[in-house]
Design a protein around this ligand. Structure first.
Ligand code: ADP
Length: 643
């Protein structure tokens, strides 16, 4: 059965469960990753063959989960412990040895016992010498009746004791004890090391600075060696998210480590005494999983990427999945999974599951899809759980989810809400009447901030026309961050203008103003609104103010789809408007929350003429304008850019 046609309510209600407690959660991490089947297959194959992987895609879609699940598929290899030893021939070049997993601790213990014994032997020897000198002095002083001799002997004995204990040769037991860099217990899984955002020392290993460089107090250099994540990931998986933020030198070093499967540890800060030290090469036979957004490719060292392409796989993960029965089941599993993982929140009843699933539909931004931006959806699940706990409820219900959505609004939404209050207060936009040159545009915020959700805002746009300063040299004046978009929009549609209005734009200066725009407002979908405002200003036909619009305009005057339509329609409803014009091709993408359904008339349009017909107030001028348009539209259509 195709669940697409079945409502979420019907589907959830027909499932044989009371709450998510009745839903089975897979034990293996790999099976907990939902919606990334292709990426999953690739990652599994890569693990079996020990290949590197580059995982690109939106944040919170399961990239690190996939990387982590690889350790279950890595070929069974013996894990090894890595130990660093003092090098008696060259203190600055400590020796590296490997042992079977679990052995390192035993070996170091043996060295410790031997060193203790050694220390005891030495102290015993010193004490014997010192005591003998004192006794000899005492006997001599008794025989000669010269008591100064005993004092002299005492003095010599104390001095010998002091120098002996300061002498590095006598303190060498510390240098004898090796240091464990990496250790395991014999049945350990291969390691998974998340190395996102760490500095080069933590990634590649480091040698600590020694403030006492000489005089017998220095720490032996091997004792200051620290393993890097590349070494800790030996025989396992090294995961680095936001790989493009890794410094080029570190990427270069990483590449060397991948090629050689060994990488010596040296001090990473140049002016530290650690920089003098470099160990023998340390094993680092890891599978690299590098991750990032699509634009991570730009910041990636070309040689590193080419290494991965040559010896591994590149995968682009999905940010949404088909809304069908199979995937709804997976999403149900996800909700149960997040509840179990959290350990604190109660399970979800059917009404709460319905609410979360609808949110997953909505956040996908397209009809027939479910979002895979699951980190954020998981956030909503936890927030709803917290609401239930605060209300001492034993299960989470739809009420809790709805409340959680309200208080866990993204910052962009909070700004939009507040700016709406201010706009209402100062009446920067109207929601009734009609006005020349003023249109309620719709924009979104947060589209580029990595957020899964869009936040819509009403953005009034005002156009004014003045005769150009010099005939034939009309310009477009547009202020603010969106200025360039406005100019482009006017240029794109100038051919349409010319045909429709019959006026030569080159004799006019067009001024366009965006009222109350904020940082982060995306305006590329405002071209339909800009065109409408300009045409209204030129023709002096008022625009209805109880209406808002969004859409992108082609040079031919067609209305093209835009992003974030649901959020925009919701913003229009919040602003108290009655009608909203949207691109016909976006109509299916609008998925409104219950509190928004049937609150506004949604008008799908395909051409600028339809926009004008809906938006312009009835008047004689409008009639004339449409007669002209009808004339122009007589076949063959001439609404096309002038040839
Ligand atoms: P990414 O690495 O892509 O940013 P993560 O793998 O760290 O995302 O996902 C963060 C959290 O979001 C996971 O711990 C899990 O709870 C949830 N999550 C994200 N994607 C998925 C997925 N595809 N399947 C199940 N859970 C997911």
């Amino acid at each position: 059965m195709d669940a697409n046609n079945e409502s979420i309510e019907d589907w959830v209600n027909s499932e044989n469960i009371q709450t998510t407690k009745d839903v089975e959660v897979p034990k293996i991490l790999f099976d907990q990753v939902i919606g990334q089947e292709e990426a999953g297959e690739v990652v599994k194959k890569a693990a079996l063959q020990k290949r590197h992987v580059l995982l690109l895609g939106e944040p919170g879609t399961g990239k690190s989960m996939l990387a982590q699940s690889m350790v279950d598929f890595l070929p069974k290899e013996e894990l090894e412990d890595i130990v660093v030893f003092h090098n008696p021939e060259d203190n600055n070049r400590p020796k590296i040895k490997t042992f079977p997993a679990g052995k390192a601790k035993e070996i170091v213990r043996q060295y410790q016992i031997r060193a203790e014994q050694d220390k005891k032997d030495k102290s015993r020897m010193i004490i014997t010498i010192v005591f003998s000198i004192f006794i000899v002095g005492l006997i001599l002083s008794i025989l000669t009746l010269n008591y100064y001799i005993v004092f002299l002997a005492l003095l010599v004995a104390v001095m010998i004791y002091f120098f002996a204990s300061m002498n590095p040769a006598m303190r060498s037991e510390r240098a004898m004890i090796p240091k464990i860099l990496v250790s395991h217990t014999p049945n350990d899984k291969p390691p998974f090391i998340d190395s996102t955002g760490v500095h080069s020392g933590a990634l590649l290993g480091d040698v600590r600075h020694d403030p006492f460089q000489s005089g017998g107090l220095e720490t032996p250099s091997h004792d200051r060696v620290e393993a890097g994540n590349i070494h800790k990931a030996d025989k396992g998986v090294l995961f680095i998210d936001e790989i493009n933020l890794l410094r080029p030198e570190s990427q270069q070093a990483l590449l060397t480590a991948m090629q050689e499967k060994k990488f010596p540890i040296s001090g990473q800060s140049e002016r530290s005494t650690g920089a003098l030290v470099q160990t023998e090469p340390v094993p680092c036979d890891f599978v690299l999983v590098a991750a990032g957004n699509l634009d991570a490719l730009q910041g990636m060292h070309p040689a590193l990427r080419s290494r991965i392409r040559g010896y591994g796989y590149e995968v682009y993960v999905r940010d949404s999945m088909e809304d069908n029965e199979e995937n709804r089941k997976k999403l149900l599993q996800f909700i149960a999974q997040e509840v179990v993982k959290d350990k604190k929140i109660p399970h979800f009843d059917k009404s709460a599951v319905i609410e979360i699933m609808k949110e997953a539909q909505k956040r996908s931004g397209r009809r027939g899809k479910l979002t895979l931006r699951l980190r954020e959806l998981g956030g909503l699940i936890r927030a709803a759980g917290d609401v239930a706990i605060s209300e001492k409820a034993s299960v989470v219900t739809s009420d809790h989810v709805i409340k959680a959505k309200e208080f866990s609004k993204p910052v962009e939404q909070q700004i939009a809400d507040r700016s709406l209050e201010i706009k209402r207060l100062y009446k920067t936009f109207h929601n009734k009447g009609a006005e020349v040159g003023t249109v309620n545009g719709l924009a979104v915020m947060g589209a580029n901030s990595g957020m899964a959700e869009y936040t819509g805002i009403v953005m009034p746009i005002v156009a004014e026309i003045t005769p150009s300063q010099t005939k034939g040299h009309g310009s477009v004046f547009a202020t603010g961050k969106l200025g360039d978009i406005a100019k482009e929009a006017v240029q794109n549609v100038s051919a349409v203008f010319k045909k429709i209005s019959g006026k030569d734009l080159s004799d006019l200066d067009i001024h366009i103003q965006f009222i109350g725009t904020y940082e982060g407002v995306e305006g590329d979908s405002a071209s339909v609104s800009i065109a409408t405002a300009v045409i209204s200003a030129i023709e002096e036909i008022p625009i209805k103010q109880n209406l808002a619009m969004t859409g992108s305009l082609s040079v031919r005057g067609n209305v093209l789809p835009v992003g974030g339509v649901t959020a925009k329609v919701e913003a229009a409803i919040d602003a108290g408007l009655d009608e909203v014009i949207v691109p016909a091709s976006n109509f299916g993408d609008i998925i409104l929350d219950q509190k928004y359904t049937d609150k506004i008339k949604i008008i799908p349009v395909s051409t600028i003429e339809e926009v004008l017909d809906e938006a312009l107030e009835k008047s004689d001028e409008k009639k004339l304008l449409f007669e002209r348009i009808a004339e122009l539209l007589k076949p063959p259509s001439t609404i096309s850019p002038s040839k």
